[in-house]
Design a protein around this ligand. Sequence first.
Ligand code: NAP
Length: 255
Amino acid sequence: MNTNSVTTNPSRTLTGRTALVTGGSRGIGAATALRLAREGADVAVTYVNGKEAAEDVVRAVEALGRRAVALRADSGDAVEAADVVERAAMALGGGPDVLVNNVGVGLLGPLEGLSLADVDRVLAVNVRGVFLTSQAAASRMVAGGRIITVGTCMTQRVPGPGGTLYAMSKSALTGLTKALARELGPRGITANIVHPGPVDTDMNPADGPHADGQAAMTALGRFGTADEVASTVAYLAGATYVTGAEFSVDGGHAA
Ligand SMILES: NC(=O)c1ccc[n+]([C@@H]2O[C@H](COP(=O)([O-])OP(=O)(O)OC[C@H]3O[C@@H](n4cnc5c(N)ncnc54)[C@H](OP(=O)(O)O)[C@@H]3O)[C@@H](O)[C@H]2O)c1
């Protein structure tokens, strides 16, 4: 990777970079993969069940003239979460220069209804997997590397009951991001976190049963789109002097 161009060229171009987007078969991850490809990056996306959807993303990236690969890797599996970094590097011929920790499970529900298995699963995917993938990516990254993690607006404001496990798991990622920024800064690698508000995806459809209430919690009074989150992730992939920062892309949910 030409690190010189990263530090001297403030444009957003990612030409010549490789990116790994976890959970990239649908929703925010798929939009991010396409956005990074439009900026010039070759992209690996992971999925666990959605093989066909992930292959659709690969074809869409390839139609933009970039290379892409879909890798089945369960972020809840400790070995797979770490190993996928090298698999992506093998497939794309190096990197990753950009890691987007997008994967997450949004398990919401009353405190008393959450089982030990729920706790273990959410922490395995949302926290342990993000840590292990970041650790593996950091070990391969050179100066100019970017780690961008997708949190949630619920780390800043929990507007109602049912969010204990999800908000707890995502809050850990803010601590991880700030600590990564400090640890990797001397190597010229940045780490930032984006907190989406309600975004219209399979996880949280804008026509779902709780959608109106969520939209009303935002200052803009509407759901966001996956592209609106992806554009901030792409900005951070190109930004040279931003690290350890939290970015709300939440329509004013935290306002
Ligand atoms: N949508 C919102 O309102 C919202 C708000 C705040 C934050 N977020 C966060 O934004 C991120 C993306 O959310 P989204 O709404 O785009 O979700 P989504 O529509 O449910 O998509 C989830 C993606 O993650 C993949 N995935 C799920 N579990 C996985 C695992 N164990 N290993 C690997 N991949 C896995 C899915 O792959 P398969 O196709 O194989 O299932 C899919 O590509 C999540 O971290 C979520 O917490 C979302």
